[in-house]
Design a protein around this ligand. Structure first.
Ligand code: RIB
Length: 323
């Protein structure tokens, strides 16, 4: 079947944060004060980033989530709208702060993040029930774990019952779930499970250090019910596990400025590629290109490329965009 050209409808149920980003020559150690190089306030949150990535790659995206009744909430909502994301199902919670992430980015582009969930913790079961028509009217659902797990599980139930395809990025893995398998009944409703090495290790109970251990972890998560598993490994590429077995794709070499939101860019771009009818390998390759561009720029939503930028990048690598 040739790839579809219609804009796929995608609902993202997830988090919205304002990122307070410090560029620093190195990470401080406990008890130490160091002087950084730059401070920026940049819209982020895994849910919002994935929604922006999907919208910039051509998806018609609706968002379900919460912000607080503060300036960060207004700015975050405006940024989503600027990317043509439908924010009618974004609730503003009274007397609550918007989610905030404190992010340190070092000279190698790696980061440390501390999150204050704020309004993200208010994405409740009744709120998901109220948004059920939005979830049911989309063709695809994307979820992560910066909102309560029970709410994510409920959104997945609603989507699955309606035949909506489910992409689940269980990031970050909640402390309470580490070392335990995620509910298998929930995983069985997931069409595409996207994890990094740490998340795969935490959910599969296997330390992921190389390709064989990544393949084993992905196989284990498939055994628990997820139809297709994609394990992202930064500069070591991506491992795909599906009914055809396990195979890996090397990473693209780029100059790393900041890895923040590279995984989110991968999730959003992959979802749009799949929704357009691309096979998993072609969709993963395009998503890798989008994520590679994201790491060359500072910040979360500031780093996420447009469709035109991804196509231009692919051509520069002698690749032909598949749609
Ligand atoms: O995945 C990157 C995101 O994680 C940041 O934008 C930050 O908000 C944290 O949620």
């Amino acid at each position: 079947m040739p790839p579809s050209t219609a804009r796929p409808t995608i609902t993202v149920v997830g988090s919205i944060n304002m990122d307070l980003v410090f560029r620093t020559p190195r990470m401080p150690v406990i008890g130490e004060t160091i002087t950084g190089e730059e401070f920026r306030q940049i819209p982020g949150g895994k849910g919002a980033n994935q929604a922006v990535a999907a919208a910039r790659q051509g998806g018609a995206v609706s968002f379900v989530g919460c912000v607080g009744d503060d300036g960060f909430g207004l700015q975050s909502r405006a940024c989503l709208s600027a990317d043509q994301i439908d924010v009618q199902a974004v609730t503003t919670m009274a007397q609550t702060s918007t989610g905030v992430a404190g992010i340190l980015v070092d000279a190698s582009g790696h980061n440390c993040i501390v999150l204050a969930p704020g309004a993200n913790a208010c994405v409740s079961l009744p709120l998901i029930d109220a948004a059920a028509p939005v979830i049911q009217s989309g063709q695809w659902l994307i979820c992560q774990l910066e909102i309560p797990l029970a709410s994510v599980s409920h959104a997945i139930d609603i989507a699955h019952e309606q035949g909506v395809r489910v992409v689940f990025n269980p990031a970050p893995v909640p402390e309470a779930v580490k070392g335990l398998p995620l509910n298998d009944a929930m995983l069985a409703k997931v069409d595409y499970l996207i994890v990094n090495e740490t998340e795969a290790g935490q959910l599969a109970g296997i330390e992921v250090t190389d390709l064989p251990s990544a393949a084993l972890a992905a196989k284990t998560l498939r055994g628990r019910g997820a139809a297709t598993v994609l394990l992202t490994m930064g500069e070591h590429g991506v491992l795909i596990a599906d009914t055809s077995g396990e195979r890996s794709m090397p990473a693209l070499k780029v100059e790393v400025v900041d890895t923040t939101a590279a995984g989110d860019t991968f999730v959003g771009a992959l979802s749009v590629g799949l929704a357009h009818g691309l096979g998993i390998d072609a969709a993963a390759m395009e998503a890798q290109c989008a994520a590679a561009l994201a790491v060359t720029r500072l910040g979360a939503q500031t780093s996420i490329p447009s469709r035109a930028e991804v196509e231009q990048f692919m051509r520069s690598l002698a690749m032909t965009p598949s749609r």
